[in-house]
Ligand binder design. Structure first.
Ligand code: C5P
Length: 227
């Protein structure tokens, strides 16, 4: 029974985590949401007062990075691991738009990236893992057997994220969500460290007009081809 590594990268709000969870549960693989890790460090920086509207004290954040403990703890009911920051469950807090507004700034820092990449590589060392993010197929697991790159129009993505935030009770406007999606994509694709780009050998999926079911079937076919 061969176990593989599945890397799912792409723009924000393309449904990477939904797809990754479906595939992981079908295959009995572990699922890791690397965005949650960048979000948790961002939340930490916000709580410490290192980052806020118009300011970012990167040096202070870098100086205490070693104190930041990130763990995924499996939740039976949800069927995936929830993000814990220094032993506190931050799963709800990290999804708020306030965190989304700063996360791409934090994710640009090379010290942050190397800390997280190392932890991610450790989690995937035995394969049998589906990991989603921005640099999984390019940096974290360049040898992954299957690499997917997900995209959709910015309008489609903003609409999905807007519905999701509203459903959770986060009071946002569609305009603010669209602006955040576009800003993050810009920073993520233009940064110097591990910019978001299509990995060699990745299969690109534009799901603007694909149902979740059709997308899942397509990916399971790709999995079958490499297994
Ligand atoms: O996946 P999600 O949208 O939750 O990720 C939040 C942010 O974290 C991204 O916009 C990006 O700036 C950063 N990120 C990253 N590398 C990853 C995963 C996320 O830079 N592997």
């Amino acid at each position: 029974n061969k176990k593989i590594t599945i890397a799912i990268d792409g723009f924000s709000s393309t449904g990477k985590s939904t797809l990754a969870k479906q595939v992981a549960s079908k295959l009995g693989y572990a699922y890791v949401d690397t965005g949650a890790m960048y979000r948790a460090i961002t939340l930490f920086a916000m709580k410490k007062g290192y980052i806020g509207a118009g300011f970012f004290d990167k040096e202070s954040l870098i100086a205490v990075l070693a104190e930041v403990k990130l763990q995924f703890k499996f939740n039976e009911d949800l069927g995936y691991g929830e993000m814990f920051l220094n032993d506190e469950n931050v799963e709800q807090q990290i999804r708020k738009i306030a965190v989304s507004g700063f996360v791409s700034k934090v994710a640009e820092i090379s010290e942050v990236r190397s800390k997280l990449v190392e932890q991610q590589q450790q989690m995937g060392k035995d394969k049998g893992i589906v990991m989603d993010g921005r640099d999984i197929g390019t940096v974290v697991f360049p040898d992954a057997e299957l690499k997917i790159f997900m995209t959709a129009t910015a309008a489609t993505r903003a609409q999905r994220r807007y519905q999701e935030l509203l459903a959770k009770g986060d009071l946002v406007t569609h305009e603010a969500v669209l602006k955040n999606v576009e800003e993050r994509d810009y920073i993520d694709t233009h940064r110097e460290n591990s910019p978001l780009k299509i990995a060699p050998n990745a299969t690109t999926i534009d799901n603007s007009n694909l149902t979740k079911e059709a997308q899942f079937d397509l990916v399971m076919q790709l999995v079958t081809n490499v297994l």
